[in-house]
Write a protein that binds this ligand. Structure first.
Ligand code: MN
Length: 445
């Protein structure tokens, strides 16, 4: 899965011209999967592949008999409302479908005579409505960035000389999230009501959260799962990951601060989670695999079940993340979103392979379409933080915006926009697209 093959060839171009533009998120080397419909509620949601500013309708291609063998079986698994059947099939099928899609969509390929047929199966993205692409049975959110963990410790436990909890470098920390409130990019976020207690208050109160925050994260979709009581080895972790996208793990810091001890986050986290609609496969990520986090001297080595030369060598993912805010006033005045945090996933302490292996290590069964969050991705420096809690240092350092407004936490009308992409010498840039959502006051949508 991590091997480069013909589908990654930087020389490949698509006859879908928008896929070849500099800076395009979806060139022919990417080919991410999503679920869409084009003509409103009368039409059925189904699987598609992003190419440039178009979506290739896989069901329409099946009708035209464009697939055979394993690629056909994989394509047939894309025709429903969710991509779980595709995720369940495994790497051999995913690769066969990707290889065939690459042939069909490339310029100068053997498929020139099919182009008119294929053109009929393209849907412009601007006309499409996207959906959460899997039936997510379980959602688990990790805490894999040592910088984020350190910053949160410094903010929440200022008197403790050791901001990092003693377990952090030994065990990938996570909490079980809730899948019912996961929504696709573009849908609003309702400010949660909740119970909180200010440090100087005598008693708690109930009301709209005053400390609404985003968390910029990488999302991971599980492919074939494992049986209950049957963990897998770390070198098999690749076989259990279908692909990745962008995740905003909305967090109400005032509710969280009051409720989280001793069992961890609950209502501070489960009121909304937004995800980007396109799943970039692990195979598409092959050119952007990199060394896992370089643990400094003195850090413990991972325990053997989380350790492998292959993961050490190429378990990291070089993905840039950028999070912006646009307030209602910025929109009115035509002021572009302001970047608050820019960071890279390759600097996280734990790899996605360690996370998924750890999750199943106790015998817990993972299922196709289960969803894992990486945890907030933060760099060391201001400007590289993946939450507003860190960016405003819990409200102590207001963020200045071009309109003269300031922010410590999010206000109603603010839109949070996350983008992610991979870029390096010798490879064609690929993007994960974007995850955006606007904050609305409490009440029905
Ligand atoms: Mn999180």
């Amino acid at each position: 899965m991590s091997q480069l093959n013909g589908t990654h060839d930087p020389a490949l171009k698509s006859w879908v011209k928008s896929a070849n533009e500099a800076g395009a998120d979806f060139p022919i080397q990417n080919l991410p999967f999503g679920v869409f419909r084009a003509n409103g509620p009368e039409e059925y949601m189904r699987g598609g592949v992003a190419i440039g500013d178009q979506i290739l309708d896989i069901d329409a291609c099946l009708d035209k008999d464009l697939f055979e063998g394993a690629a056909k079986e994989a394509a047939q698994a894309c025709t429903g409302l969710y991509l779980n059947p595709l995720m369940a099939l495994g790497g051999r099928y995913w690769s066969a479908l990707r290889a065939r899609l690459s042939e069909l969509l490339r310029e100068g390929g053997a498929e020139a005579d099919l182009r008119d047929t294929l053109r009929e199966s393209l849907v412009p993205m601007v006309d499409a409505e996207m959906a959460v692409p899997a039936q997510i049975g379980d959602f688990t959110d990790f805490f894999s960035s040592v910088n984020h963990a350190t910053h949160m410790g410094m903010i929440n436990r200022p008197d403790n000389p050791n901001p990092l909890m003693p377990n952090f470098k030994h065990v990938p920390i996570a909490y079980h999230g809730r899948s019912s409130s996961i929504r696709v990019s573009g849908e609003p976020t309702i400010r949660p009501m909740g119970q909180s207690k200010a440090p100087d208050a005598d008693s708690p109160s109930f009301g709209p959260s005053k400390r609404l925050d985003y968390e910029t994260e990488l999302g991971i979709f599980v492919g074939p799962g494992n049986n209950l009581g049957a963990p897998f080895a770390i070198d098999e972790a690749e076989d259990h990951i279908f692909g990745i996208n962008i995740l905003n793990d909305w967090s109400a810091r005032d509710i969280q601060g009051w409720e989280y001890q001793p069992l961890g986050p609950f209502l501070a986290k489960n009121f909304a989670t937004h995800i980007s609609p396109w799943i970039v496969t692990l195979e598409a990520m092959a050119p952007f695999r990199t060394h896992a986090y370089n643990r400094p001297d003195g850090d413990p080595a991972p325990l053997p079940y989380l350790s492998s030369p292959a993961v050490e060598e190429a378990g990291g993912l070089d993905i840039r993340f950028e999070t912006s805010i646009q307030t209602a006033r910025m929109r009115t005045e035509g002021v572009a979103p302001q970047v608050i945090g820019a960071t890279n996933f390759k600097d996280t302490y734990w790899t996605i392979f360690q996370m998924v292996t750890h999750h199943a290590s106790n015998g817990c069964d993972l299922h196709p379409g289960d969803y894992l969050g990486s945890g907030t991705i933060s760099g060391q420096e201001p400007g590289q933080f993946g939450s507003i809690m860190e960016a405003s240092w819990a409200g102590q350092r207001p963020i200045e915006l071009p309109t003269g407004e300031t922010r410590t936490f999010l206000e109603d009308g603010d839109e949070v926009i996350m983008r992610a992409w991979c870029e390096k010498e010798g490879a064609v840039r690929i993007g994960l697209g974007e995850c955006r959502s606007k904050v609305k006051p409490p009440g029905p949508i």
